[in-house]
Design a protein around this ligand. Structure first.
Ligand SMILES: Cc1ncc(C[n+]2csc(CCOP(=O)(O)OP(=O)(O)O)c2C)c(N)n1
Ligand code: SF4
Length: 341
């Protein structure tokens, strides 16, 4: 095992623990891609921490040869925020599921995003509760029949990226387990972003929700159903790259390049454009909608914004500069203390 970051390989990040996901689970690919990109970031293993909540996806830290914490349900975000505030030099990664991160942990997630600590959030979205054997989750589609919705779900699902934009996330992206190259690219972009990176990863739970994202991942339909975003490039997609999206005022419009429109008419992707990102995250049509928009993948939005730990440490330094080093005993005893005999 290498100890120098220059000579790390993906093997340096694997452990001897048995990986206990079901055979065929999408989590394996995500684990692999994380292990592939980490040698390239130049950070020592002992300075990397994976914090997870509870769920199948949250078993992730066991399988990483880094520091890690399998914490409490929905609270990976809270624990990671505290860790980053006290040890800002660490590379902190949060692994969470759609249940862990958006049900019980939804509140903590939005507050982390608005505070913007420099952490990377990987939201494994399989649209189901896997660990507890197949109940519906906040991203399950309407009419979804599960053990907890035997007559079909009547809940309107979350759109995770719209939620992240609403919480003023400074980096918002989507990828999928079945496109290793794209996933590696998005993981690296997430790492490089200074601030909270929110990366939603479509992940197949082949036991309780098999094929939830098949139209986006299957070779036969992928080109027609997906749109891969590239900064500065037009929004083109389709089997023959003959379809695109243009903006008609504020409305996205699906057009055919064979029928009167050219590349020059199309919307040019700009990751820095907050308003256009708000429109992009809404390309979220159901698979059965006629003339549906393709589902975008890639970086929707990135902006620079002060990070929480920098502000916090600056504030502490300023206070010390103004008032001198504090005295904890004095603070605890306060102005009015009594001795009881
Ligand atoms: C306080 C608390 N409530 C409920 C549970 C049960 N529970 C464990 S994991 C989970 C949801 C997991 O779903 P998700 O986050 O989507 O992860 P997956 O297993 O699909 O990867 C639930 C409800 C728990 N462990 N603790
Ligand atoms: S239950 Fe689903 S998410 Fe959990 S390990 Fe099995 S396939 Fe993966």
């Amino acid at each position: 095992m290498a100890t120098d970051t220059q000579t790390y390989t993906s093997k340096d990040f694997t452990t001897e623990n048995d990986v206990r996901w079901c055979p065929g689970c999408g989590d394996y690919s995500i684990l692999k891609q994380v292990q592939v990109i980490l040698p390239g970031i130049g950070v020592k293993k002992e300075d990397i921490v994976f914090v997870s909540g509870i769920g199948c996806s949250s078993r992730f830290p066991y399988y990483m040869n880094t520091y890690g914490m399998h914490s409490i349900h929905g609270r990976a975000t809270a624990i990671a925020s505290g860790l980053k505030a006290s040890r800002p030099e660490l590379s902190v990664w949060i692994v969470t599921g759609d249940g862990d991160g958006l049900s019980i942990g939804g509140n903590h997630l939005i507050h982390l995003l608005r505070r913007n600590p420099d952490v990377n959030i990987l939201l494994f979205n399989n649209q189901i509760y896997g660990l507890t054997k197949g109940q519906y989750s906040p991203t399950s589609e309407v009419n979804k029949v599960t053990k907890s919705t035997p007559a079909g779900s009547i809940d309107h699902p979350f759109n995770p990226l719209a939620l992240a934009m609403g919480a003023d996330a400074s980096f918002v992206a989507r990828s999928m387990d079945r496109d290793p190259k794209h996933l590696q690219e998005m993981l690296l972009r997430s790492y490089k972003h200074k601030g909270s990176s929110f990366l939603e990863i479509y992940q197949n739970c082949n036991i309780f929700n098999d094929g939830a994202f098949e139209i986006f991942t299957d070779k036969k339909s992928k080109k027609e159903e997906t749109l891969f975003l590239e900064h500065g490039k037009p929004l083109v997609f389709g089997e023959n790259e003959n379809k695109g999206i243009r903006l008609d005022g504020l409305r996205p419009q699906l057009v055919s390049l064979d029928e009167g429109y050219s590349i020059d008419d199309l919307w040019i992707h700009n990751e820095k454009d907050f308003y256009k990102a708000q429109i992009l995250v809404r390309l979220f049509d159901n698979a059965d909608t006629e003339n549906r928009m393709p589902r975008p993948f890639g970086v929707f939005f990135e902006t620079e914004r002060a990070v929480y730990e920098d502000l916090l440490h600056q504030q502490v330094e300023n206070s010390i500069g103004q008032k001198g080093e504090g005295d904890l005993d004095k603070l605890i005893s306060g102005k009015q203390t009594w001795e009881i005999f």
